[in-house]
Write a protein of this length. Structure first.
Length: 225
């Protein structure tokens, strides 16, 4: 297996720490995702998969254990350095698209690039290229409310990939769609991931979708197996 893009080692996480109401979500969870590998994370609701993804994507800090991206230890970074690393290295996709309603599909994919210092013309060209790859270029001028659920999620995929991340983290990316649309949209996502050579950790309840990935891991009792 090639060098790991993501390494989680001994990750622990609890809430209301030290109180009678403390809830321990992760108990020494360990996981590695190789460069270019697509891993399915299967877990029941409430098992802590969203917490694990947030820690992997530097949105949350574990109580114990280490997080490495591309071999680089993330634990000692300042908040600013973590933000910069997250912006440069990680793309996120959620179950609900979370597109900005007042902006068009094109603008939703352009905005993250502008925040990353990309010139507007370059950002727009990149956005149109991505929208074309997922089959919604003709809808680039429409706002989210005028798009179908499948179209909205495709735009969300483009937004996640706009800045060329090396790691994609997805939390039930097709869970908000009907089965037919889910299968179609997931196929588009996998094509994008394969084409760009991304590493990806994708949480899903759908075992059929999980089987289409390189490897399946399960989160049970706070540990990855």
């Amino acid at each position: 297996m090639s060098e790991a893009m993501l390494e989680l080692s001994g990750i622990g996480k609890g809430y209301n720490r030290g109180k009678p109401s403390e809830v321990v979500v992760l108990r020494g969870a360990t996981l590695s995702v190789a460069r270019g590998e697509v891993v399915a994370l299967v877990a029941p609701s409430g098992a802590g998969k969203s917490t694990l993804l947030h820690i992997a994507g530097l949105l949350d800090v574990p109580d114990g254990g280490t997080v490495k991206l591309g071999g680089r230890e993330m634990g000692g970074l300042s908040d600013k350095a973590r933000t910069e690393a997250r912006r440069a290295e990680v793309g996120f996709i959620y179950q609900f698209h979370h597109l900005l309603p007042e902006f068009t599909a094109l603008e939703n994919v352009v905005i993250p690039q502008l925040a990353n210092g990309v010139a507007k013309a370059v950002a727009e060209a990149r956005a149109m290229e991505l929208l074309g790859k997922v089959g919604v270029a003709a809808r680039a001028g429409h706002r989210p409310a005028a798009l179908s659920g499948g179209e909205q999620q495709r735009v969300a995929f483009c937004r996640a990939l706009a800045n060329g991340p090396k790691l994609l983290l997805a939390d039930e990316p097709t869970g908000n769609l009907d089965p037919g649309t889910s299968d179609q949209v997931f196929g588009v996502l996998m094509e994008l991931v394969r084409e760009t050579g991304l590493s990806a950790l994708i949480a899903t309840h759908n075992l059929e979708l999980a089987a289409r990935m390189d490897r399946v891991v399960r989160l049970t009792a706070g540990q990855v197996t």
